[in-house]
Design a protein. Structure first.
Length: 214
């Protein structure tokens, strides 16, 4: 099951990104230090596998690797999210490598009205349309590593602004929860990718259209 990956797609290759590894699968990461908590549902659909989290005690933590310390450097986060029944329960963590209560690391939150990229300077933008329970959305965030960020919904920019991830945190990568075990995510995730470069608007739109058959 592909959940967290540095794998190459046409949009990535066109952007000239250099990846730390060609591919990492969900189960490979679990076997090398990732830990599932709770009882998430794991889809075995070969065309579009996903993990479904209940919003109360389901999440995954991955081991720390230096390549994921995205500090003062360009990066892009891309994923598909299907909102769950606890959609209106405040901020919910999609993914992070962030120390709760500090400005150390990076992360991405969703809430009923918008998307938030977390760092030493965080960036929040309102969704073009509020999320609907049970619907798949492509969400993305990028940083140029020089104080600017931009957020996306379904291939379209939600706006840009000041963003910085200036301080390293050498803790775990967390999917569906924060490092403190709060802000649990209600819903499903798939095609979660971390890029060690800033993708263009057209690259992010291409990722949306490429994966728009959830």
């Amino acid at each position: 099951m592909t959940l967290l990956a540095y794998n190459s797609t046409p949009a990535e290759r066109a952007a000239g990104c250099v990846f730390a590894e060609n591919f990492e699968s969900f189960w490979h990461i679990l076997e090398n230090g990732g830990v599932v908590t709770g009882t998430p549902s794991l889809s075995s659909e070969p065309a579009s596998p996903y993990i479904d989290l209940d919003g109360t005690d389901d999440y995954v933590r991955y081991f720390d690797l230096p390549k994921y310390n995205l500090v003062s450097k360009p990066f892009t986060l891309s994923l598909w999210y299907r909102s769950g029944p606890h959609l209106g329960a405040g901020y919910q963590r999609l993914i992070d490598k962030f120390q709760s209560g500090t400005g150390n690391g990076w992360g991405l939150d969703t809430y009923i009205g918008g998307l938030r990229m977390i760092g030493s300077t965080s960036l929040t933008k309102t969704y073009a349309a509020n999320l609907t329970v049970g619907t798949w959305y492509h969400l993305a965030a990028k940083s140029d590593g020089a104080g600017n960020g931009e957020l996306y919904q379904n291939g379209a920019s939600l706006g840009s602004g000041s963003y910085a991830s200036a301080n390293v945190w050498t803790g775990t990568i967390n999917v569906g929860t924060s490092s403190a075990g709060t802000s649990d995510l209600s819903g499903a995730l798939k095609q979660l990718r971390i890029f060690n470069c800033e993708l263009s608007d057209s690259d992010i739109e291409a990722l949306y259209h490429e994966g728009n058959t959830p």
